[in-house]
Design a protein around this ligand. Structure first.
Ligand code: LER
Ligand code: MN
Length: 271
C-alpha cells in the first residue's frame, strides 16, 4: 500500500477536509519531506493545474499523482451527474471528462464524490441511480485509454441519499456498463454508515480501488476512535494494494496533520 496526502487548490472549499492548502509546490515539497509516496489534488478545474509544472514537481519530489478530485464541479459550479435537467447532466459529464484528461496524463484517476448529487429535486431514487450508473459507465470507458480506473465514492447520508455504504456501491457497480470503475472507501463516511468500518471494507472487497485514510472525526489517523488495527486487517484480507490518501482536516495545522498521518501509516500499514 502507498501513502498519500491531499492538496486543495479550491478557495471555496476552505475549511474542508484537505491537508495542504498552499499550492502544489508547497504541498509536494512537504509531502516529500515527510516521506509520502503520492499526492491527491483537488483543483477548481482542469485549467488550474499546469501539467508540465506538476510533472516537474512530482519528479523533483519523487512523488506519484494518485488521483484528482472533481468535487469543485459541485462546490464551485453546482454540477451534478444526477440533475433532473439533461443539459446539466451533460455539463457535469463534460467537467469530469476534463478532469480525467488532466489526471490521465499521469495515469491517475478522477474521483466522483459530491458530483454524484442526490435524488429528490425533480428525480426519484431509481431515476437518479440510473443516471449515475449511466454516467459512471460512460466516464469509466472514457478513462480506460489512460490506464486509470474511474473512482466512485459512496458518501455519508448528509452528503448524498444515493449510495452511503460499500454494499450500496457494489450494487451500483453491478449496473454500470464498464469494468473500469472502482469504489473509494472513505473511512470517515464509513464510520457514519457502516456496521463497522472493517466490515464495510470486506463488503467492498475487490471493488475497492482507493481509500481515504482518515479517523472517525475526519481528523488525521490516531485523533479519533477508528480501530486501525481492524481496518488494516480487513485491507489485508481483501488483498488491497493501492493508495491510502489522507483526506483529513488540517487539525491542528497542515504539517502536524500530515505528520500524524504518516506516523499512522508506518504504525499500522508498514508494521
Ligand atoms: C470527497 O472525497 C468526500 O469525501 C466528500 O465528503 C466531499 O468532501
Ligand atoms: Mn472522501
Amino acid at each position: 500500500m502507498k501513502s498519500c496526502v491531499t492538496i486543495s487548490l479550491v478557495d471555496e472549499a476552505k475549511g474542508g477536509p484537505f491537508v495542504f492548502w498552499d499550492g502544489l509546490e508547497d504541498g509536494c515539497r512537504q509531502a516529500a519531506e515527510l516521506g509520502f509516496d503520492a499526492v491527491e489534488v483537488f483543483p477548481p478545474g482542469p485549467e488550474a493545474v499546469d501539467p508540465e509544472q506538476l510533472k516537474a514537481l512530482l519528479s523533483q519530489n519523487n512523488l506519484l499523482l494518485a488521483a484528482v478530485g472533481t468535487g469543485a464541479g459541485w462546490v464551485k459550479h453546482r454540477l451534478s451527474l444526477t440533475a433532473a435537467d439533461e443539459g446539466q447532466r451533460q455539463q457535469a459529464v463534460a467537467f469530469v471528462k476534463s478532469i480525467i484528461d488532466l489526471a490521465g496524463q499521469f495515469h491517475a484517476s478522477a474521483i466522483i464524490g459530491s458530483m454524484q448529487g442526490r435524488f429528490g429535486e425533480g428525480t426519484d431514487k431509481s431515476t437518479a441511480l440510473n443516471y449515475l450508473a449511466n454516467a459512471l459507465g460512460e466516464l469509466g470507458e472514457y478513462a480506460k485509454p489512460y490506464q486509470a480506473p474511474l473512482i466512485y465514492e459512496p458518501l455519508n447520508r448528509y452528503e448524498t441519499n444515493l449510495c452511503n455504504t460499500m454494499q450500496d456501491g457494489v450494487e451500483l457497480l453491478g449496473h454500470v456498463d464498464s469494468d473500469n470503475v472502482v469504489l473509494l472507501a472513505d473511512l470517515f463516511h464509513m464510520n457514519i454508515e457502516e456496521t463497522s468500518v472493517a466490515q464495510g471494507i470486506l463488503d467492498g472487497g475487490s471493488k475497492i480501488g482507493h481509500v481515504h485514510f482518515v479517523d472517525s472525526n475526519r481528523q488525521p489517523v490516531g485523533a479519533g476512535h477508528t480501530d486501525f488495527a481492524a481496518v488494516t486487517e480487513a485491507l489485508r484480507k481483501i488483498g488491497y494494494d493501492g493508495i491510502l490518501s489522507a483526506e483529513a482536516f488540517p487539525i491542528p495545522d497542515s504539517r502536524t496533520a500530515a505528520q500524524k498521518t504518516i506516523q499512522g501509516f508506518r504504525q499500522y500499514i508498514q508494521a
